[in-house]
Design a protein around this ligand. Structure first.
Ligand code: PFF
Length: 458
């Protein structure tokens, strides 16, 4: 702790712990639940390739920018941006990025906790041994029956929300470190077990072919927007979550190195989950485009036919729930940190307030899968679809775009160069071109093409 000389007392105790916490934010349902099903819905290989390009070209520069902004501002994202604007005499309007992040945080946490609730329910169901030797049909119908019961879904959603708020109330650094340090390597090991299962059942070759052989005929503009949005979602970018964590970073942490580590870990886990899940899909002859149910309709089949499967299957879902918890905590951080700065209330009270709002919003997503499944708000989107799509396809990319522009064109370049250790002119220019031109242009082009597609219908 001796190197911590800034004004905050609640710092990550070392750079390693910061990497763990940021990786804990990044690795979550986005990797294990969402990536496989959107890859399946969008035809596999070509989508995965675009996603990887988005991570490298857009995700990495935006993550570097967010961590740096947090480190420079040392406050909630809104306050950090305000501080920086004030210090450097720039329009305070840029803090709108922070306000947008607060709204996005409420939206994402509300539906994220619903899906995490499904995971919690599966922890119990797998431990009960009920799926031992179960067929694909019975696993599939168990999932549909569960979703059809608003009461059960609400119960587990509420459970997850309460646990999240409990941790948020206690403050960021405590508990989180412990959780990530042990649960992430354990998820990794169990994914290897599942991959081994896939090799054994013979589905792995087809799974690898599906995910890694690009077939561009199955790629359309919409898939590109989804890949872009997911790059933001999976790396926790565009809403200030990583920026909020960056505010607690010890001074000596290398922003660039940390970013590469997190992006690598996050991508590795998503690809492993994808490989494992599609191996089950192909071995069982299931449809790859099974949407939100994919994780829940495949993984129990694999554990159901493995020795000790009830225990390891339960453990797998428990670890996924923990991964979701460390992400959910980070989603709430920009909001909670900002409100804590603004009003004189304990962190616990603020956390409960945030939890109640998210719970109310989340009920819309709970009901989207049963009572309100026919209620379509616009296009043919349910309440859940609206929250999911608007956050991922619009709010996060827009936030990321603005963050990149702010860092490249608003903050004085001397500060950025110093913070990132860019000593040579070439490096400084290369960084500026990437974050100031390539990243924003890439986001803009994807937006414009998608908009044109909606309007002209190609
Ligand atoms: N990155 C998390 C996941 O992949 O599950 C989700 C997430 C966390 C999104 C934090 C946004 C965020 F700010």
């Amino acid at each position: 702790m001796s190197e911590l000389t800034t004004e905050r007392s609640d710092m990550w105790s070392s750079s390693f712990i910061f990497v763990l916490a940021a990786a804990g934010s990044a690795v979550g349902l986005g990797n294990i639940w969402k990536f496989p099903y959107i890859a399946g819905e969008n035809g596999g290989g070509a989508f995965v390739l675009v996603y990887l390009i988005c991570i490298a070209v857009i995700g990495v520069p935006v993550m570097i920018s967010e961590i740096m902004l947090g480190k420079l501002g040392r406050a909630s994202p809104i306050q950090s941006l305000l501080n920086l604007c004030k210090t450097h005499n720039k329009p305070a309007g840029w803090s709108a990025i922070g306000y947008m992040g607060v709204v996005t945080g409420f939206v994402i946490l509300s539906f994220y906790a619903v899906i995490a609730g499904w995971v919690c329910y599966y922890v119990l169901r797998l431990f009960s041994g009920e799926f031992t030797g179960a067929s694909a049909e019975s696993v599939g119908s168990a999932f549909s029956e569960f979703l059809a019961s608003p009461l059960q879904v609400t119960l587990f959603f509420t459970l997850f929300m309460v646990i999240t708020i409990f941790f948020v109330a206690r403050g960021v650094t405590r508990g989180l470190e412990l959780c990530v340090r042990y649960s992430m390597p354990a998820v990794f090991v169990l994914l290897i077990v599942l991959i081994g299962y896939g090799v054994h059942t013979g589905g792995m070759a087809e799974s690898a072919k599906f995910l890694f052989t690009p077939d561009f005929s199955s790629l359309n503009a919409q898939a590109v927007v989804i890949a872009l949005g997911h790059a933001f979602f999976t790396l926790s970018l565009g809403m200030g979550a990583i920026m909020a964590y960056g505010a607690y970073v010890p001074q000596n942490v290398s922003v660039v190195q940390t970013t590469f580590t997190i992006a690598f870990l996050d991508t590795l886990l998503a690809l492993m989950a994808g490989l494992a899940i599609f191996a089950i899909v192909f071995a069982e002859g299931l449809p790859p485009d099974s949407s939100v149910g994919l994780l829940f309709q495949t993984v129990p089949i694999a554990f159901g036919s493995l020795p000790g499967g009830a225990f390891f299957g339960g453990l797998f879902f428990l670890l996924v729930a923990l991964a979701a918890l460390t992400s959910a905590i980070s989603i709430s951080e920009p909001v909670v940190a900002y409100v804590s700065e603004r009003i004189k209330a304990t962190r616990a009270k603020i956390a409960i307030g945030v939890g109640v709002v998210c719970w109310l919003l989340g009920m819309g997503s709970v009901l989207s899968f049963n009572v309100w499944s026919d209620v379509k708000l616009f296009f043919d989107w349910t309440f859940f679809d609206v929250f999911d799509k608007v956050s991922q396809l619009v709010l996060l990319p827009l936030g990321g775009l603005l963050i990149a522009l702010f860092v490249a064109w608003v903050l004085p370049s001397t500060i950025v160069n110093e913070e990132l250790g860019l000593v040579t002119k070439q490096r400084q220019q290369a960084w500026r071109v990437i974050v100031g031109v390539v990243t924003p242009l890439a986001v803009l082009v994807v937006f414009v093409v998608e908009l044109a597609r909606e309007i002209f219908g190609f």
